[in-house]
Design a protein around this ligand. Structure first.
Ligand SMILES: [Zn+2]
Length: 426
């Protein structure tokens, strides 16, 4: 197009194209020049056509070779107990739960998406109380034919320099007391505690959570404003180890909230708890984001060789904003033997996750089948299994939590015998 628009005598040269290498001369071209111009044009067209043909052939060949090929060979689910390490609940404070969502988050477009993903509305929460949502999660886990239990996570808030809970700066707050009480009623749910280590009574809170059957402690350092490398946290880490509580901590960028201090989720900051012997599960293979000019996933992968007590998990890796990360998790040798299963419920119930995003990994028939599964956990597991997540990744969650599972079962037993009316779904 450019060469036609270019006015002879104009000082402005046209943009280069496949069909022209030099701008035309200002003077009228001679016959020889015209014929060589046409020769050049033909030559250029031939090259362009050849290039397009070669590229198309490479594309076709590669899609034939890679078409519908999962990241790893698929295998049946393990017979062992299958546990989801990473499921969320939330609340607006209804029914005296103590839960809270910040005004910023409530006013953001994300809030209605989360409510929908939970299968809730503001009205159902106001009418039934936040505890109702935990019951809904329990019902869905009970209906799942793939998983046996899910760890539902509390979410502690920001703690200010005086050691006080700073609710103004807290985006999501799900108190341990509320969640432990609700989870105790459902054998298919496990309690994931969340304790900001800057609370003056953090160790006593951990004792209480352990007694209530907590199977891990969860942090999102970037929104809870925790620096995992802070040496003042050493007593907290030693206490985690004493209780055999793994630390499940977010790594990589965090975009589920309205703001986040991403540098606090740097895997490199986990060296302190790792050196102290804490079992650390760095969530989401530190997917998305760079720090110091390096991919966060590369930083985490490098540390795997150094620390045998470092693990990661595959929750959120099938999301549209993280394409490629599941493949990386399953094929990089650094993550071999270190991954476990998590869902990041309710995000698996949003448009962010779809089998149709994996057109070159799944057949259309597989995508249709997976898409039609109504139970969120069954769908998540069917998708991950079809993409090649191996059985040991699904079963490793139970292995990692094993030291705590007996305590969790005992505390449920205790809670039910103390109040038999609370055993709701056995
Ligand atoms: Zn999460």
């Amino acid at each position: 197009m450019n060469e036609h628009r270019f006015k002879q005598g104009s000082s402005k040269a046209p943009r280069m194209s496949f069909f022209r290498r030099n701008p035309p001369q200002a003077d009228q071209p001679s016959e020889k020049e015209v014929s060589s111009k046409f020769a050049r044009k033909r030559w250029g067209r031939w090259w362009a056509l050849s290039l397009v043909t070669v590229l198309a052939s490479v594309f076709c060949l590669s899609s034939v070779l890679t078409a519908h090929r999962p990241y790893r060979p698929t295998a049946p689910l393990p017979a062992a107990r299958l546990i989801d390490l990473h499921a969320h609940t939330a609340g607006i404070g209804a029914g005296g739960s103590g839960c809270r969502i910040s005004k910023d988050l409530e006013n953001s477009w994300k809030f209605s998406i989360y409510l929908k993903a939970f299968g809730a509305t503001r009205q159902t929460l106001s009418q039934n109380g936040d505890a109702w949502l935990v019951g809904q999660i329990a019902a869905q886990v009970a209906q799942s034919t793939s998983i046996h239990q899910a760890v539902v996570l509390a979410m502690d808030g920001v703690v200010d320099e005086h050691g006080q809970l700073d609710l103004e700066s807290t985006e999501v707050y799900v108190p341990n007391e509320f969640l432990a009480h609700e989870v105790a009623q459902y054998p298919q749910l496990l309690f994931g505690a969340s304790i900001n280590p800057y609370r003056p009574d953090a160790l006593a809170r951990m004792d209480a959570c352990a007694a209530q059957g907590a199977v891990l402690v969860k942090w999102i350092p970037s929104i809870m404003r925790i620096n995992p490398a802070d040496e003042r946290l050493i007593p907290f880490y030693e206490h985690l180890k004493r209780h055999q509580l793994p630390l499940l901590t977010h790594t990589g960028q965090e975009r589920s909230f309205t703001h986040a201090q991403d540098e606090l989720c740097d895997p490199e900051r986990l060296r302190l708890p790792l050196r102290l012997g804490v079992t650390v599960i760095a969530a989401h293979i530190a997917s998305t984001g760079n720090l110091d000019g390096e991919r966060q996933t590369d930083r985490l992968a490098r540390m795997m060789a150094e620390f045998p007590n470092l693990y990661s998990e595959i929750s959120s890796l099938t999301q549209a904003n993280k394409l490629g990360y599941l493949g990386e998790a399953l094929t990089r040798k650094e993550f071999d033997g270190r991954l476990c299963y998590g869902s990041d419920f309710p995000l698996i119930n949003t448009a962010l996750v779809s089998p149709w995003l994996f057109g070159n990994r799944l057949t259309a028939a597989q995508a249709v089948r997976i898409d039609s599964v109504t139970n969120a956990w069954d769908r998540d597991i069917a998708l991950k299994q079809a993409l090649g997540v191996p059985p040991e990744v699904f079963s490793r969650t139970a292995t990692l939590l094993a030291p705590r599972l007996a305590a969790a079962a005992a505390s449920k037993q205790l809670s039910r015998s103390a109040d038999p009316r609370r055993a709701k779904s056995e």
